[in-house]
Each structure stands twice: as structure tokens, then as C-alpha cells.
Design a protein. Structure first.
Length: 130
């Protein structure tokens, strides 16, 4: 599940939430969901519940699961087709403040993705010039 969530595909969040109580370390799944949704998760799950679940509190993990399950349907249609990192789509330009709000791993992934897109665009442009 952790590998799947590293992809940033929002459509995997309901699946991850469903198996939250079945994995050995649910706090890692909660942290990955937070990495995908960023501050958008605060609308879906109470912040205190998130923090306690990320610290391994078993009751908080159950509360996290219930809150996300209850609130997800109202956001599913607008978010399920997205691929997010820290609540931002990967093709969305970020300013310095937004970048500094990300954790280091998310910054690295975002920078690699941006670099890949610029290389692909240059390659495509050079091919059309020939």
C-alpha cells in the first residue's frame, strides 16, 4: 500500500483508508495520505485526529478512518482523478513559499517531475525544429 500511495494518485486514498486497520503500521499510511492531500486533508479529517493517528494512536486511526470515509464522498468527484503532491497537482507551478511548506521528499519528487517535464519539452521542441 505504501508503494502505491507514493504515486500520488488520489483515487487510491479510499482503498488505503479501507485497509488502514489491517496494516502493521497505519501511521505510515496516514502520513502518506497527508503527503498526497496536504492541507486538503484538514477539511476531511480533524487535525488533532490526524496528528494522533500519525503518532500511532489506535483509537485515532479508527477515528481517522471514520472521518475520511464520511467526508470523502463530497470531494471524490473533484479530486479522485488527480495526482497530487502536498495537495498540489504536479503540473502546477509553485512559488518559494509553497515549496518550503512541503517536506523534503515531496520537494525532491516535485523537482524531479518538473525537470523531467522540461527535458521532455525540450526534446519535443528540438524534434520539431529538424
Amino acid at each position: 500500500m505504501q508503494v502505491l500511495l507514493q504515486s500520488g494518485f488520489v483515487k487510491l486514498i479510499p482503498l488505503a483508508n479501507t485497509v488502514l486497520h489491517q496494516v502493521k503500521k497505519p501511521e505510515q499510511i496516514v502520513a502518506l495520505i497527508k503527503r498526497i492531500l496536504g492541507e486538503k486533508l484538514d477539511v476531511l479529517v480533524n487535525f488533532e485526529t490526524q496528528m494522533q493517528a500519525r503518532n500511532g494512536n489506535e483509537q485515532a486511526c479508527l477515528d481517522f478512518q471514520r472521518q475520511l470515509q464520511a467526508n470523502w464522498p463530497s470531494y471524490e468527484s473533484q479530486m479522485s482523478s488527480l495526482r497530487l503532491l502536498a495537495g498540489r497537482t504536479l503540473n502546477e507551478p509553485l512559488n518559494a513559499i509553497e515549496m518550503s511548506a512541503m517536506d523534503c521528499q515531496s520537494q525532491a519528487v516535485f523537482n524531479l517531475y518538473t525537470y523531467y517535464q522540461s527535458v521532455a519539452a525540450r526534446k519535443e521542441n528540438s524534434g520539431t525544429l529538424l
